[in-house]
Design a protein around this ligand. Structure first.
Ligand code: HEM
Length: 180
């Protein structure tokens, strides 16, 4: 996982919970390199799981809730850092449909070693968007937080439902967004 994701987590934790909780999280995760990350480096994705588990122990907040909150925060940061992916995009459905076909393709050009999920995205009718998330890393909570971040960003009336399932291709998460 790109170091940028780790440095963003550290920034969010410091801003939300303060520097003492940040230090306790890093100590609690017991990482081989003492929790020093550079934005351009790559690190095992298990480390982010350990950091969030340690944060959960420090704060008493459930891991899934922390990961979702981090996803929404990351969406805002992506918007700040990668404004070009948002030009001419005015609706949550248009943006979310472009994550697989455009955004993550561009990310892969920038960072060839990025570990990205796949999204199968389709609209069964104009008011509904379905995204099926698949990844060996199983970051469905992160994906949910990012989708929530997108809905909030575009400020649209959309109800999100989530369903984790397993089929012949393995574990997956289906997000259904219904406009109303
Ligand atoms: C401008 C918007 C976005 C940018 C620039 C972006 C970029 C990235 C980057 C750099 C990573 C890390 C790759 C790595 O660590 O190796 C990542 C991972 C990920 N992205 Fe995006 N992303 C964007 C939007 C989204 C949205 C809206 C979603 C959800 C619908 C999403 C879902 C994910 C997930 C779940 C991962 C974690 C990796 C995994 O699950 O296997 N991204 N993205």
């Amino acid at each position: 996982m790109k170091g940028m994701v780790f440095t963003e987590l550290m920034d969010m934790v410091e801003a939300t919970f303060g520097s003492e909780v940040l230090e306790n999280m890093i100590d609690g995760a017991q990482l081989p390199h003492g929790g020093a990350y550079t934005a351009v480096g790559s690190y095992p994705h298990e480390e982010i799981v350990r950091l969030v588990q340690a944060l959960s122990e420090c704060t008493g907040i459930a891991v899934a809730d922390l990961v979702k909150a981090f996803g929404s925060y990351m969406f805002g940061r992506f918007h700040e850092m990668y404004g070009r992916f948002f030009s001419d995009v005015h609706h949550a459905f248009d943006f979310l449909a472009s994550v697989e076909t455009y955004v993550h393709q561009e990310v892969r050009k920038l960072y060839p070693d990025a570990e990205l999920p796949t999204f199968e995205t389709y609209q069964p009718d104009p008011g509904c968007l379905v995204m099926v998330y698949r990844s060996k890393r199983g970051f469905g909570d992160l994906a949910e937080g990012l989708v929530i971040g997108a809905i909030q960003h575009f400020d649209e009336k959309i109800t999100l439902t989530r369903e984790d399932f397993e089929d012949a291709q393995g574990k997956a998460t289906r997000f259904t967004l219904q406009q109303h």
